[in-house]
Design a protein around this ligand. Structure first.
Ligand SMILES: Cc1cc2nc3c(=O)[nH]c(=O)nc-3n(C[C@H](O)[C@H](O)[C@H](O)COP(=O)(O)OP(=O)(O)OC[C@H]3O[C@@H](n4cnc5c(N)ncnc54)[C@H](O)[C@@H]3O)c2cc1C
Ligand code: FES
Length: 265
């Protein structure tokens, strides 16, 4: 599919927000992603493969927002796109986060975002607020330093509480966001029920799985993987399934129940 760039702005450091208008209207849920490639670079096969990005937001006028960090060749090329440039994309792809919690699920909603893992979590927080308005929604956001904390003000407007952590201690709790989660869970009763939604580096997800294992907590993790096709053809995004076998992150995920993943991949 084709889309036109409405804006592509550096918001701070190496973080950008891209807004595109798709040629046809799109429906998407939080946690779904797009495979993106600037159209002008197609002729040079540079980069050869599109790159996966979460849908940050879908605006009421049908524009798609992507929040991204420049880390290498593909994202550097994306950052050079200007207004009215054309973007090729595939999607929305993947399953997304469940936002209508099952009957049995009770307790608080805990949303954990590490670094650019916050990209789909604002949309998720908004969706959960709309579908479960009676629930407390606590957001934990972590980064290396203050510049890595994105969407904080927007999240504060919709979440019950936002707990921040930075590894250098420049904002919030000093340490990993998983330590902030652990601190919070220990402060609460061990009987506490909760649903945890998390997106960030896989070691962060692995640590969350370890922390919540003894507790009465449901987990939904959005996994990272290197993706070439985004539609289940290349097998590049396989992760180990607990008990044997593999999941394809693009096709079976990217959101998985935490207890189904073998994080030793
Ligand atoms: C489902 C999904 C959703 C994503 N959503 C977003 C998003 O909303 N915003 C965003 O900024 N990024 C997101 N990513 C990560 C993004 O796809 C990569 O950062 C991007 O592909 C890097 O491309 P590049 O050519 O700039 O970097 P490359 O030149 O390919 O790599 C540069 C460096 O980044 C590392 N890297 C590459 N891909 C990944 C990856 N998938 N995860 C972790 N490290 C990687 C490489 O190991 C290397 O160190 C998502 C990834 C997935 C799988
Ligand atoms: S990215 Fe090709 S199979 Fe998942």
């Amino acid at each position: 599919m084709r889309a036109r760039v409405i804006s592509n702005l550096c918001i701070k450091g190496s973080y950008y927000k891209l807004t595109i208008k798709p040629s046809t209207s799109i429906r998407a849920i939080a946690g779904q992603f797009l495979m993106i490639r600037p159209a002008a670079y197609q002729a040079f096969y540079e980069p050869l493969l599109p790159r996966p990005f979460s849908i940050h937001r879908l605006s009421p006028d049908g524009n798609l927002e992507i929040l991204y960090k420049v880390v290498g060749k593909g994202t550097a090329i994306l950052a050079r796109c200007g207004n009215n440039d054309e973007i090729d994309f595939l999607g929305p792809l993947g399953n997304g986060f469940p936002v209508r919690l099952t009957k049995g699920s009770s307790g608080e909603i805990l949303i954990v975002a590490g670094g650019i893992g916050v990209a789909p979590m604002l949309y998720l927080t908004e969706s959960l607020r709309a579908s479960c308005p009676e629930k407390r929604v606590i957001v934990f956001e972590g980064g290396r330093e203050t510049v890595d904390l994105l969407c904080v003000e927007e999240l504060k407007k919709i979440a019950t509480e936002v707990i921040l952590a930075t590894q250098d201690g420049s904002t919030g709790i000093k340490g990993y966001v998983t330590e902030a989660l652990e601190w919070y869970l220990h402060k609460r009763s061990s009987e506490m029920q909760a649903t945890v939604y998390a997106c960030g580096p896989n070691p962060m997800l692995k640590r969350i799985a370890e922390i919540v294992y003894p507790l009465n907590v449901d987990t939904y993790f959005s996994l990272e993987a290197t993706m070439a096709c985004g539609i289940g053809l290349c097998m590049g995004c396989a992760v180990k399934r607990k008990g044997g076998g593999y999941f394809l992150v693009c096709k079976d995920g990217p959101v998985f129940r935490g207890e189904t993943i073998d994080f030793d991949f």
